[in-house]
Design a protein around this ligand. Structure first.
Ligand code: FMN
Length: 321
């Protein structure tokens, strides 16, 4: 009944759906607490993660959904992206859905209540994630090296598992991606951070860029999150552009993971982009991903996406044995 209602929400204005589903999840009404007993532990730098499926960045930007999300059976959660200063994000409309394609375009503009507000709540969030055995990643978005260094310095003291460095959001207007000297300085300067760092790659960059950044991440021991959305024009969005996510980007994501491994990348990879079915989780893992995230599937189905994916993965795994 509830999953059907959530499906209907997809045909209402996307902004309304986004806000309504957040209220429903935060209130605990639509959480599904099954994990289908799937036993598929993944080891990341000596830490065992109960299963490879998790939430990618962008749904739980300020951590308000974390208390419910960690009960959905997922192996990891990415909280954020959070920015140093509070941001309202772009004017609405900033989401367009293509239900037939299981895709969407968003230009949220990195809205967040800001890093300091987030830090106040972080210890409670981490405790909940720990209690339920969920690997906790915080995604940081920064507009300068100074902002990233400040946030990394402050977050060191917290018991999170990893940080994701978001340098690939369409909101940056490509600034990190067009100035490779500046990006190179950032990637060098964050290297003393004591926990695992994941660098989140863009889609739509050229091969030279990918080779370069994969090489740096390999050398410095960073993981990679492959990938962010694909920047495209969309006139129905207030700012006229956005990032495409969902099913159509899956082949690009898979190809990039395969490339990174072919180039000798040995650190952990989170595969993220267009995963809608259990077979895709296995497919991305066979292509070289260690963990597999979802965002758009969650946007369409809410937390039921996780129970479905865990069930499908469990069936895929048992069929293969
Ligand atoms: C509504 C929405 C908001 C997003 N916000 C962020 C964000 O704040 N930080 C980030 O790194 N990626 C963000 N993303 C990108 C996702 O984390 C993910 O990389 C992308 O959507 C591809 O995965 P998917 O096809 O499963 O959605 C967002 C995506 C969507 C759809």
């Amino acid at each position: 009944m509830v999953p059907r209602l959530l499906k209907l929400l997809n045909y209402l204005p996307p902004e309304f759906t986004y806000e309504a589903s957040h209220i429903l999840i935060e209130s605990g009404v639509v959480v599904n607490y099954h994990s289908y007993g799937i036993k598929m532990p993944i080891e990341i730098n000596g830490r065992l993660i109960k299963n490879p499926i998790g939430l990618g960045a962008g749904i739980d930007k300020d951590g308000f959904l974390t208390p419910q999300m960690v009960r959905t059976g997922i192996g990891f959660i990415t909280i954020g992206s959070v920015t140093l200063k509070p941001r309202p994000g772009n004017p609405k409309p900033r989401i367009v859905k293509y239900p037939g394609l299981r895709a969407m375009v968003n230009a949220m503009g990195l809205p967040s209540r800001g890093f300091l507000d987030f830090l106040d709540r972080l210890p409670g969030l981490v405790r909940m994630a720990r209690r339920l055995g969920v690997y906790a990643i915080v995604s940081l978005a920064g507009f300068s090296i100074g902002e990233f260094l400040y946030m990394l310095d402050r977050i060191r003291a917290y018991d999170i598992d990893a940080v994701e460095i978001n340098i690939s959001s369409p909101t940056y207007h490509g600034s990190w991606l067009t100035n490779s000297n500046y990006l190179g300085d950032l990637l060098r300067l964050i290297d003393s951070f004591p926990k695992l760092l994941f660098v989140k790659l863009p889609l739509g960059a050229d091969m030279g860029f990918y080779r370069w950044i994969v090489g740096i991440a390999n050398e410095r021991g960073y993981g990679l999150t492959i990938a962010n959305t694909l920047p495209i024009r969309e006139s129905r969005i207030s700012v006229g552009y956005g990032g495409l996510s969902g099913y159509p980007i899956y082949p690009l994501v898979k190809a990039l993971i395969i490339k990174a491994r072919k180039w000798g990348f040995i650190n952990p990879i989170i595969g993220l982009g267009g995963v809608m079915h259990g077979w895709q989780v296995l497919d991305l893992m066979r292509s070289g991903a260690n963990l597999v995230g979802v965002v758009t599937a969650f946007s369409y189905e809410g937390p039921f996406a996780f129970s479905r994916l865990l069930r499908e993965l469990s069936m895929e795994v048992s069929e293969r044995h």
